[in-house]
Design a binder for this molecule. Structure first.
Ligand SMILES: Cc1cc2nc3c(=O)[nH]c(=O)nc-3n(C[C@H](O)[C@H](O)[C@H](O)COP(=O)(O)OP(=O)(O)OC[C@H]3O[C@@H](n4cnc5c(N)ncnc54)[C@H](O)[C@@H]3O)c2cc1C
Length: 356
């Protein structure tokens, strides 16, 4: 034992893989996260559709590792005193802090959005709303990015009596290759999703969406327009960028507080030849694993990263695998059909196994 105490806050893809890996080493590790089971956030749209989602117990992931899990929230960081204050009133002193609180839905200051819309974080509640009162209500999903597309497809498939509309400020799947976007639009059409592009939402009311380009009446609104980092890093005085992501060096160490490492959606990780990595489990998990190696002395090299692929589920029956270059720019080729579905399902189901 070195007697060092490492506190990891957050048990998502980045935090849990970091804690599990650091727990193989000699240091004492405390993991602070409210949930008992791994959140597995990339499956929230499946939960909204009432699909069964296997989520391993955190205790099981950490079995045999030198990690104590405290099922509570971090509510304050005292970076000068090197303490994490928790919701249940404890002060946890650390030598090294790993900050991995991830991100949350960003409402974008749109009036009424937080009040009237559901988000991926409220997937179970959304499922209860849609399953509890069968009907023909219109469900408007806001956001033409990956989360909006996955939610719209899943909800349309699960609740075929309802009209699902996918509302986007620009083009739905606009970053995909031509073939990729065409496949997404074709599947959405097949599932009965009505796509409204160039519809910037300016307000959400109890009656639906007020938009540039025409209003969208809807009984249920789901907001998936963008994500923002959890605010604790900025509120505590860690150096952050304009979006609130913590600024880190090439070893994922805070540029303002060298005893703090930041991983996952919370960190603005700048990789040469790519730029700032996007928020994704595909970028979060390798950062958690890298940090575990760094803090247990198994590497001293800077963090390096290349993108491998982009995958979108389009309901249970279909998927898109967009082939990309290492810098995340798209290639023309995509995988669809059974191959695409098997690749996407294999990656998603395999993620919890890779946490250790
Ligand atoms: C519906 C949906 C589908 C997605 N699909 C994909 C996909 O196909 N591919 C992809 O790459 N990405 C996808 N993403 C994005 C991906 O989920 C995130 O980028 C990823 O979860 C980030 O991982 P993370 O470990 O940084 O944070 P998270 O997974 O967000 O984990 C954060 C952790 O911090 C904990 N936490 C939060 N606040 C506190 C606190 N105050 N104190 C203690 N703990 C706290 C949480 O409970 C959680 O354990 C999707 C997201 C959504 C919503």
């Amino acid at each position: 034992m070195t007697g060092k105490h490492i506190v990891v806050i957050g048990a998502g893809y980045a935090g849990l893989s970091a804690a599990a890996g650091i727990g193989r080493g000699p240091d004492r590790v405390t993991l602070v996260a409210p949930e008992q089971r791994f959140a597995h956030r990339v499956r929230q749209h499946e939960i909204a559709a009432g699909r069964p989602v296997a989520r391993p117990e955190i205790a099981r992931v950490l079995r045999g590792r030198r990690v104590v899990h405290r099922a509570t929230r971090a509510v304050e960081l005292d970076l000068a005193a090197r303490e994490v204050r928790t919701e249940d009133g404890e002060r946890l002193a650390y030598d090294t802090l790993v900050y991995a609180l991830g991100s949350r839905t960003a409402w974008g200051d749109v009036p009424g959005a937080a009040e009237h819309a559901y988000s991926a974080e409220r997937a179970e509640e959304l499922h209860r709303r849609l399953a509890g009162a069968p009907g023909t209500d219109t469900v408007a999903v806001v956001g033409g990015g990956a989360t909006g597309i996955e939610l719209a497809a899943e909800l349309a498939e699960a609740y075929p009596a309802r009209q699902v509309r996918l509302v986007a400020a620009g083009r739905v799947g606009g970053w995909l290759s031509e073939r990729g976007r065409a496949h997404v639009l074709a599947v959405l059409d097949h599932l009965g999703v009505r796509v409204d592009e160039q519809h910037r939402v300016t307000a959400v009311t109890a009656d639906g969406l007020t938009c540039e380009g025409g209003d969208v009446p809807a009984e249920v609104v789901v907001w998936a327009a963008s994500m923002e980092p959890q605010p604790l890093a900025a509120a505590s005085g860690l150096a952050v960028n304009a979006r609130g992501r913590a600024l880190v060096d090439d070893h994922l160490r805070s540029v303002s507080h060298p005893e703090v490492y930041v991983v996952g959606d919370a960190a603005a990780v700048d990789v040469p030849g790519i730029g700032e990595l996007r928020m994704a489990c595909a970028t979060a998990m390798p950062q958690g694993r890298y940090l575990a190696k760094l803090l247990t002395g198994r590497t001293g090299k800077p963090f390096s990263y290349r993108y491998v692929t982009q995958c979108l589920s389009l309901g249970r029956g279909k998927a898109l695998v967009q082939l990309i270059h290492g810098d995340d720019s798209v290639r023309p080729r995509v995988l669809t059909g059974a191959t695409g579905r098997l690749v996407k399902a294999g990656i998603v189901k395999g993620l919890p196994l890779s946490l250790r």
